[in-house]
Write a protein that binds this ligand. Structure first.
Ligand SMILES: [Zn+2]
Ligand SMILES: [Zn+2]
Length: 417
């Protein structure tokens, strides 16, 4: 038995004492808060961390919370959870379902499972605090706001996170995903895509619908751009690379016989490598500007990037260390994580701290539901995914698995006994 796995056993002996874990999770689930509004959640986190003896900093980048636990000499491990919920009307039928309604955005739900992340990180923080005799070093637990708006991690970085946490040797985080609960999945290299959204405003010249010769028709221009953009992935991205380019919104005009002045497109781009990302964004701009020239536009188009998520590109050595620790602890419940097309702002934190990182997935689907869907060949149809109104991770083994995964990973650096 390696020293780290002896430490795992000793620290996880405290699991039976986490009788508050499920209750805290249900409480968080019933009280979801939108991005940048995680005040109640942060208060729950602060109270728990203080009771566990952590040195707590709150209000970092808005509602962010950082807890530090110094425990002798050794490396520093940072574990991160995100806290925000989504404007989704919950349809899980759970006893602890959300009934929260935001004035501006309507019903609110923890539809991405960030409540799982918060609960599991609090559970891990408690176990590491109680099991101090089995490890040495420094543990940082970080609770981040506003992942869903892509700016919460950056907000904490810009609010002096590096000064608060000091030198960090490794940064780790996890996400609950539509996989069987109890499973943990790791993957080295690009695991989550980079994401970019763009609003494009096209300026034409309005006219009567019966006098097209007097117009520069932005509807026809927008249509030409949408079609030509389909060639970017098909004709400009190498077969071994991947990218997604979706035009999710196209808006112009008010009436059948009025040619409007302008049109607006909204695009979303997903890529798994920075050079591919840059090439796709360059291609979009080139095509849009060229089509505007072709249409005799009276003014240059406006292209505005927003909701930009960094690439999550797991460090090879860090991931290998975590995945072998997971294999030792979880046995055949430790799996390889398929590459995900979703995006995260997690990597903004290790990138700013200059630390290697890995980000893994934990299962959040009832294993029986998953097995039945797999059997029927209907995983895509029958397994509720993140952001859906039916996303309902079972309490167990989800919470215990997520808590254990954080502890096992941290002790791969900090374990001594
Ligand atoms: Zn999400
Ligand atoms: Zn999420």
């Amino acid at each position: 038995m390696t020293s780290a796995s002896g430490a795992v056993e000793r620290v996880l002996a405290g699991l039976a004492g986490l009788e508050w874990l499920e209750e805290t999770y249900c409480d968080l689930h019933a009280h979801p808060e939108l991005s940048h509004e995680e005040h109640r959640t942060a208060a729950v986190v602060v109270q728990r961390l203080q009771s566990l003896g952590y040195d707590v900093r709150e209000g970092v980048g808005g509602t962010g919370v950082v807890g530090l636990l110094r425990n002798g000499e050794g490396p520093t491990v940072l574990l991160r959870a995100d806290m925000d919920a989504l404007p989704v009307r919950e349809e899980t039928g759970l006893a602890y379902a959300s009934t929260v309604v935001s004035e501006e955005q309507g019903p609110v739900m923890h539809a991405c499972g960030h409540d799982v992340h918060v609960a599991c990180l609090l559970g891990a923080a408690a176990l590491m605090s109680g099991g101090r005799h089995a490890w040495s070093g420094r543990l940082v637990v970080l609770f981040q706001p506003a992942e869903e708006t892509a700016d919460g991690a950056r907000g904490m970085v810009e609010d002096g996170l590096a000064d608060i946490v000091g030198d960090v040797d490794v940064v780790m985080g996890q996400h609950v995903l539509p996989m069987p609960a109890g499973v943990v999945g790791t993957l080295a290299g690009p695991v989550l895509s980079a994401a970019d959204s763009m609003t494009i405003t096209l300026h034409g010249r309005g006219a009567h619908g019966s006098m097209p010769q007097a117009s520069v028709d932005p509807v026809v221009l927008a249509a030409a751009i949408v079609l030509r953009l389909q060639t970017v992935v098909a004709r400009e991205v190498a077969p071994a690379d991947t990218a997604v380019l979706t035009v999710g919104s196209i808006q112009a005009g008010t009436k059948s016989n009025v040619i409007p002045d302008s049109a607006q497109l909204k695009l979303n781009v997903r890529t798994y490598a920075e050079d591919v990302r840059a090439a796709v964004l360059e291609a979009i701009e080139r095509i849009v500007r060229a089509e505007c020239v072709a249409s005799r536009c009276p003014r240059e188009p406006e292209l505005e990037l927003y909701d930009r998520y960094p690439l999550t590109d797991n460090d090879g050595a860090t991931t290998a260390r975590v995945s072998s620790a997971f294999a030792r602890h979880f046995g055949d419940r430790a799996a390889e994580l398929p590459q995900q097309s979703a995006s995260e702002d997690f990597s903004d934190i290790p990138n700013a701290l200059g630390a290697p990182y890995t980000y893994w997935g934990i299962g959040g689907t009832d294993p029986d539901v998953y097995a039945a869907a797999e059997e029927a060949g209907r995983i895509a149809q029958d397994v509720p995914v993140n952001h859906s109104a039916a996303f309902a991770p079972p309490l167990q083994p989800t919470l215990t698995t997520g808590t254990e995964a954080l502890v096992v990973a941290a002790l791969a650096w900090l374990g001594t006994s």
